[in-house]
Design a protein around this ligand. Sequence first.
Ligand SMILES: [Zn+2]
Length: 283
Amino acid sequence: MRRNFKYIFILFLLIIAVLASRETFSLGDGNLKFYVLDIGQGDAIFVQTPSGNQILIDGGQDRRILEELGKVMPFYDRSIDLVILTHPHLDHAGGLLEVLENYKVWEFVDGGDIYNLAEYGELKKLVEEKKISYRTVQRGMQISLDKGVSLLVLTPEKLVKSDNPHNNNVVVRLSYGKVDFLLMGDGEKGEELKLVQAGDNLESEVLKVGHHGSKTSSNPLFLEKVNPEYALISAGVKNRYGHPAQSTLDNLLAAGAKILRTDVDSTIEFKTDGNNLTLTEEK
Ligand SMILES: [Zn+2]
C-alpha cells in the first residue's frame, strides 16, 4: 500500500511538472498571439497577450466556439479575462452564451446598444447571474491588456437610435509595440468614413475587415488610411449572404493587402513580439 502511495505521489508530481512546463511554454514566450477563429458564418477573435491574458472579441453564433477555443487554449485553462461583444447580432453574440456558461469570464464589455435580440437578453442575464464585471465602452477609452499591449476604442462615439446594430458597432485598435490590428466588427462604410474624417491614426498591419467582407464595407478611402499588410475576412463556407463580395476583394487587393479568409484558410493565426509580425501558416 505504502509503495503504491509513493508511486501515485510521484506520478502526481510529474503531472504538475508537465502542466507547469506547458504553462511556461504557452504563456511566457514574449509573443502576442492573435487568432481569427473558424466558427463558420460570424466573427470570433481570440487574443493572448505575452504574459497570458486572454481576450475574446465576439463568439460566433453557436457551440462551435467551444471547439475552436479548445484548440487555442490549454484544456485546463477554464478562464478568459475579457470578453468583448461588438454588437448584438446572433453571428457575434450567440456563441458567447456558451462561453459564459463554460468558462469563468472576468469582464464583459459591449457598446451598450439595446437592440432586441433574445440571445443578447440571455447574455445580459448570465452576466448578472455570474456576477461578471460589466461595462459599456465608448470612443476614446483605452483598455490596458498587458505591459505594452492596449486596446483603443474608436467607436461608438455615442449611441444612435437605429434598427441596425451595425450603427453602434464597437471598433477597436489593438496595439503591441509597433504592430497594430484594426478590428472592425461589422462596421460599414458610414462608420469607416467617420473614422477617416475624425483624422484617427488608422494605419494597421492587420485589418479585420468589417461585416464579413460584404460590399457595404471596405471603402477605398478608408483602406488607403489603414494601409493593411493583411486583410482578414471571417465568413462561413458557402454562406447564404454571399460574403465576401467580389468588389470588396478587389478593393482589398487594390490596397495592396494579402487577403486571408476563414472560409478558405480556416483559423487564421498571427504572432508578434511587438516588432515583427508572423503569419503562422497552416498547421
Ligand atoms: Zn456579422
